[in-house]
Each structure stands twice: as structure tokens, then as C-alpha cells.
Design a protein around this ligand. Structure first.
Ligand SMILES: C[S@@+](CC[C@H](N)C(=O)[O-])C[C@H]1O[C@@H](n2cnc3c(N)ncnc32)[C@H](O)[C@@H]1O
Length: 407
């Protein structure tokens, strides 16, 4: 008989509702948006499916025990009530993550240490052996969530955050996290447009995160496909045959023929960024399915398909907003140029601009039909959705206030 568990998934602030919808689409039951994440019910296969297919989640946790822990000793005792030999091979590696809030035990690092001691002590008494610690990629990662003096101790089935899809090279300046890019695309209604064959352009693609995530969605590629590490692979409860079957099913769903995919283009003015994006496209296995090119915003226009301008689609971008990339000087003009480019060259398209600077976004000079608050790390950002009139604008210089000096 299959055992039903209640799993807990985490994501970035502001993305909980998107995660809940995604979990329902993946067949999860009893989906419930809670503090700091979303819970769902299902068997282990349903959790594996989320690890493989979720574009929005960070982690998938399997709670083992919940108890009151007002002191480090109470935490230690509570952790020792769990039969760790069912979960951890004492000859392999372990790590413990801990978050505490509104609790008497305030020091999360110390709480993690007490938890690790409790697990190691129990296994040593029972088996004479103890697991060693590997904080980077342990065989089993244990998660402790201590809130209001209640501890929830879980196995972290993801092992490391699911936003790491394994295609990204390190070092590109200010890339979007992959799951934030996926959230932007979901809010831009990209999956529906992609299914209808509509094109997508990111005119400031940087390392290519938005075009790559867009292609993974359009081609039905599981975002976890390229990962070789998950937290369940070294866990004693792992069901290897179930995991192998899910991976095979994912392989079978992938659309490989570029002719069956919508056009997806990424441009950037920086040669270094174009190189990074091309490398990432290659590493994501998307060569021929995503087009990357060095091109500045001034030269951006709808792509041509067999000699004709593409039908309207989505123009999505994350322009610099003066927090990490570049300074603010000159950015107002860039945003104004973006508004003009949209109105003049992209009639009928939908512009989706993700920015952390509301003052700059006003310089676009277009009225947003929708705005969504999302967080890029600690920075509160907005995704602004601009439906562009199907009537192209020709000699209009845009609103006068936009060209006046700031202040
Ligand atoms: C915040 S980054 C985009 C990051 C990207 N979403 C990613 O995940 O890597 C903004 C990008 O805009 C590019 N950019 C700035 N001004 C531009 C212009 N006038 N035309 C084209 N690209 C420009 C920069 O080179 C930079 O790569």
C-alpha cells in the first residue's frame, strides 16, 4: 500500500500562490498555502514529481516529527525520538539546516548543531558508526524549522534548492534566479502563448535566464532534468525504480524539434553577456531552440519568420535598475527608450518588465494593465504587464514629462 505524507514546499516570498497552482497542476492533493511555503498531500512519487517538475519551488521537505522545543536540550530529545537508522546510512554523509523565529532557542546554528549531535549520538549507539558532515551535497540533508517554540524536523528531499537547474555557469553579473524567471514567465502567461506558437523576445537577456526558462516551459522539459544531485538519492527511503520511471516519462514528453516550438530570442548589448547566454543555452541542451544575439535595444524589433514579421508575442525583460548592475545615471533614458520601442515597433505585443525601481518604470510612459510584486532576494520588485496597442505609433515622442530632467 502506498503511504500518504504531507509534504512542505518552500519558495521565495510572493511566489506562494504560483507554487500552489503549479502543485495542483502536478497532481498534488490538499494543496494549502501556509506561512513560508505550501503544503500538499501525496505519496513519495508525488514529491519526486515536484522535485523534477517544479519551476517555482525551492525545496521539498518530508516532515518526520513536530514537537515543542523551548530549550536546546528539548530539541535534542525530540530529534532522538525519530528512528534515524530508517533514514541515514551511518557510513555516509549528513547536513542539518535550521531556521528559527519567535522561539526561545534563537541561535539557528546552535540548534542545527544540537540536531546533528542527536542524530549522530543515536546512530553511534545503535550501529557503532557515525555519519560525517558534508554541508555542500550531503547524502541526507535534515531541515529544522523552529517557529514559536515548535520544531518541525524534515528530510530535505531536494537536497539543494531546486532553482539550481545545473545549466548556469557561475559568475554572470546579476542573473535572475531560475525560479524567479519562471514565476515572471508564468505571470506573463507565457505557457499559454507558447502553446499557441507566439514568439518571445528578451531584449536584455544577460546570461539568458528568461529565454532559457521560456524554452524549458515551451518544450515541456523538466527543470530538474539536468540535475545529478537531489536530497533523496542518498536517503534510505529512496524508491529508485519510481524515480527512474519519472525521469523516463519526462524524457518522452520533451519537444526536440525546433519547428514545433515558438521562436524564442534573447538579445544583449554586452558581448560578455551574449557569450554567457550562449554557453548557458548550450549547457541547457537548447541549442537550435533558443536564438541569442548581440543587439542593443535601439535595434530591437520583432523577428522575421520566413521573411515576414512574426505575429505578436511577449517581450519580457529585466532591465538594469541601478541596484547591482550599473548606476542610475542614464537609466531613465533607457526606460524611456524601452517604452518608445514597445509602442513603435511592437504593436499588438505584450511587454512584461520586471524592475526594482518604480521611479524608473514611470519613464516607460505606458500604463500597466497588471502589476505583480515579487522579490529579487531582499529587493521588492514589480512585474509590469503592458498590452501594446495594435496601432503602431509613428511620430509621437511620448509624454513630455518623460523627457524632462528628473526631480
Ligand atoms: C539585469 S541584467 C539582465 C539579467 C538577466 N535577466 C539574467 O538573468 O542574466 C540587464 C542586462 O541589460 C543589458 N543592457 C543594458 N543596456 C542595454 C541596451 N541598451 N541594449 C541591450 N542590452 C542592454 C546589460 O548588458 C545586462 O546584461
Amino acid at each position: 500500500m502506498l503511504t500518504t505524507h504531507t509534504f512542505f514546499t518552500t519558495t521565495a516570498k510572493g511566489m506562494e500562490d504560483l507554487l500552489a497552482s503549479e502543485l495542483r497542476e502536478l497532481g498534488a492533493q490538499a494543496v494549502d498555502v501556509r506561512r513560508a511555503g505550501v503544503s500538499f498531500a501525496g505519496d513519495l512519487e508525488s514529491a519526486y514529481r515536484v522535485c523534477l517538475w517544479s519551476r517555482i519551488a525551492n525545496r521539498v521537505l518530508l516532515p518526520l516529527a513536530t514537537f515543542r522545543a523551548t530549550t536546546p536540550q528539548a530539541l535534542y530529545d525530540g530529534v532522538r525520538t525519530i528512528r534515524w537508522a530508517d533514514h541515514v546510512d551511518p557510513r555516509r554523509t549528513l547536513a542539518v539546516d535550521c531556521v528559527t523565529s519567535q522561539s526561545k532557542v534563537t541561535h539557528s546554528h546552535f540548534a542545527a548543531l544540537k540536531t546533528k549531535d542527536a542524530i549522530v549520538d543515536q546512530l553511534r549507539v545503535e550501529t557503532g558508526t557515525r555519519p560525517s558532515v558534508d554541508v555542500a551535497q550531503p547524502d541526507v540533508r535534515v531541515n529544522v524549522y523552529l517557529h514559536a517554540d515548535r520544531a518541525v524536523v524534515s528530510i530535505d528531499l531536494s537536497g539543494e534548492s531546486l532553482h539550481r537547474r545545473a545549466y548556469r555557469q557561475r559568475g554572470a553579473a546579476a542573473p535572475l534566479k531560475e525560479n524567479l524567471a519562471a514565476a515572471i514567465l508564468a505571470l506573463a502567461d507565457w505557457p499559454r502563448h507558447a502553446a499557441a506558437g507566439a514568439p518571445l523576445i528578451d531584449p536584455m537577456c544577460g546570461s539568458g535566464t528568461l529565454p532559457i526558462e521560456a524554452a524549458l516551459m515551451a518544450a515541456h522539459i523538466a527543470p530538474g532534468r539536468g540535475r545529478t544531485y537531489f536530497g533523496f538519492l542518498g536517503w534510505r527511503g529512496h524508491q529508485a525504480a519510481t524515480w527512474a520511471r519519472l525521469r523516463q516519462e519526462a524524457e518522452a514528453r520533451e519537444i526536440r524539434d525546433p519547428k514545433r516550438l515558438p521562436p524564442i530570442h534573447g538579445y544583449d548589448a554586452s558581448p560578455a553577456m551574449v557569450r554567457a547566454a550562449l554557453t548557458n543555452v548550450e549547457r541547457a541542451g537548447l541549442r537550435g531552440r533558443v536564438h541569442i544575439e548581440k543587439r542593443s535595444l535601439e535595434a530591437c524589433e520583432p523577428m522575421t519568420i520566413r521573411g515576414r514579421a512574426a505575429t505578436p508575442g511577449i517581450l519580457v525583460l529585466n532591465p538594469p535598475y541601478g541596484e547591482r548592475v550599473g548606476d542610475r545615471a542614464g537609466l531613465g533614458d533607457l526606460y524611456a527608450m524601452l517604452g518608445d520601442t514597445l509602442r513603435r515597433k511592437f504593436p499588438g505585443w505584450t511587454g512584461c518588465v520586471f524592475t526594482g525601481n518604480p521611479a524608473l518604470s514611470k519613464r516607460i510612459g505606458l500604463r500597466a494593465a497588471r502589476r505583480h510584486i515579487l522579490y529579487n532576494g531582499a529587493i521588492e520588485c514589480r512585474l509590469l504587464v503592458f498590452p501594446i496597442s495594435a496601432q503602431p505609433v509613428r511620430d509621437d515622442a511620448g509624454p513630455r514629462w518623460r523627457h524632462e530632467p528628473p526631480g
